[in-house]
Design a binder for this molecule. Structure first.
Ligand code: UD1
Length: 419
């Protein structure tokens, strides 16, 4: 089993172009099956979650081919509507195929999704939204059989009691295949939802409002394949910025918009980093140890993203002063904390609250990745630590980060992958 060996304490300097956004590209690839014909998705990161999504598309009868960062999808021969359990278990976002298949074929058969273990991750809001649009859904031993009712799919008002990213996306895709108008009230406002809307528009969909909590879809418009460039990955950007904050340095990231990361950037500023935002550019300079900051509470966008909680915590754990984290989105998203403690971190957990007391400098240790962002956080901590760390369970990193060690090396980090 391969692992990273990381020599901590090297300042990070230089420029990096951030990969395409994982959380955008997965729903966009599922949305590509809405129209027959050949479409092209650009800036498509090479991640294991993307490979799994392409495998699902092929299994359903689509042609899917990667060439560099471009993926060509031809959904003309889409003929199957069932996704086997093994593929569904690979990643949670596979649930997005429910809305897409319902819109194109009027039926879908899949299993409860897998993904990172962050506590219960229900899909009740997804199912309620699809039922509102006229889907009949039978649940049998983990299998979900979903088909349009005899009356067919019809646009309606969907009210989400929580701004779930996945439920909003599923509702958007299904609504494209419904006659009439669908309104999604209480929609998630994440930039990746805007990206999905832009992609659907490029396919001819009549959809507006993404970025606000009210999305309107005039369904039934004939869709066509499109060529589309996926937005930059703000969570990968947050990770590299936190790495430079932990290890000190001066980095410039292109390909991600500072406006989509305001909550994270303001935390880094309060911790003592200098941040400069330009068009499609975020720069960070960090000269000394990080300071403790006011409580960080994860929340739906534009609040502090749960996906950046672990990487920021890892940076602050090796700084000075205390910071309280409150994880409001997922029940158990502190899997990285035990590993950080091996490095000498002082972190107390009480339910959803974690109190981090900076210890000045963490020490290198043998670490195991626990989940996608948790594993990235351990790499961040190791880059800032004294001495050598090893990090295993790299499959978590490969789910969400393209060329991770190469990118860090290009910034001067000492990190290598060993078999
Ligand atoms: C998405 C992101 C994930 C990110 C998360 C929060 C993708 C592929 N994944 O996940 O990286 O960490 O948003 O920004 O884009 N909930 C319910 N019922 C539901 C659905 C959600 O109660 O049917 C709850 C969840 O338990 C959670 C909250 O709503 O507390 C937000 O979850 P949601 O936004 O749906 O997250 P995901 O779409 O799973």
């Amino acid at each position: 089993m391969s692992y990273y060996e990381i020599q901590g304490g090297r300042p990070l300097e230089g420029r990096l172009t951030v990969q395409g956004a994982k959380n955008s590209v997965l729903p966009i690839l599922a949305a590509a099956l809405l129209a027959p014909g050949e479409g092209v998705i650009e800036n498509c990161p090479d991640l294991s979650d993307v490979s799994t999504t392409l495998d699902i598309l092929r299994l359903l009868g689509c042609r899917a081919q990667r060439e560099g960062d471009k993926v060509t999808i031809d959904a003309t021969a889409l003929g199957r509507c069932a996704i086997p359990e093994s593929l569904m278990r690979e990643m949670r976002s596979s649930v997005i195929f429910l809305g897409a298949l319902l819109a194109r074929l009027g039926e879908a058969e899949l299993f409860y999704p897998g993904g990172c273990q962050l506590g219960p991750r229900p899909i009740d809001l997804h199912l309620a939204a699809l039922r509102t649009l006229g889907a009949e859904i039978l649940e049998d031993q983990g299998c979900l059989c979903c088909r349009r009712s005899r009356k067919g799919l019809r646009g309606r008002e969907i009210c989400l009691s929580m701004p779930s990213v996945g439920a909003t996306e599923n509702a958007m895709l299904a609504a494209c295949g419904c006659g009439g108008t669908t309104t999604i009230v209480g929609a998630a406002r994440e930039p990746e939802i805007v990206d999905l809307q832009n992609f659907l528009r490029s396919m001819g969909a009549r959809i507006q409002g993404a970025g606000s909590s009210l999305i309107t879809v005039e369904g039934g418009a004939p869709l066509h394949p499109a060529r589309y460039r996926v937005m930059g990955d703000r969570m990968a950007a947050a990770t590299y910025l936190c790495a430079a904050a932990a290890a000190t340095g001066d980095v410039e990231l292109t390909g991600a918009e500072g406006d989509t990361l305001t909550a994270v950037l303001s935390c880094l500023e309060q911790a003592g980093c200098e941040i400069h935002r330009g068009e499609n550019l975020i720069a960070l300079r960090c000269r000394g140890p990080l300071r403790g900051i006011p409580p960080v509470r994860t929340a739906p966008y534009p609040g502090f993203p749960t996906d950046a909680q672990a990487v920021l915590m890892a940076a602050l754990a090796g700084g000075e002063g205390s910071t309280m984290f409150v994880e409001n989105m997922f029940e158990s998203r502190y899997g990285h904390v035990d590993e950080l403690r091996r490095m000498g971190a002082e972190i107390q957990i009480d339910g959803r609250v974690a109190l981090v007391t900076g210890v000045g400098r963490l020490r290198g240790a043998a670490l195991r990745g626990t989940d996608l962002r948790g594993a990235a956080a351990l790499a961040v901590a190791a880059l800032g630590a004294e001495g050598v760390s090893t990090l295993s369970q790299l499959r978590h990193i490969r789910r969400g980060y393209e060329h991770f060690p190469e990118n860090l090396r290009s910034l001067g980090a000492e990190i290598r992958e060993l078999p």
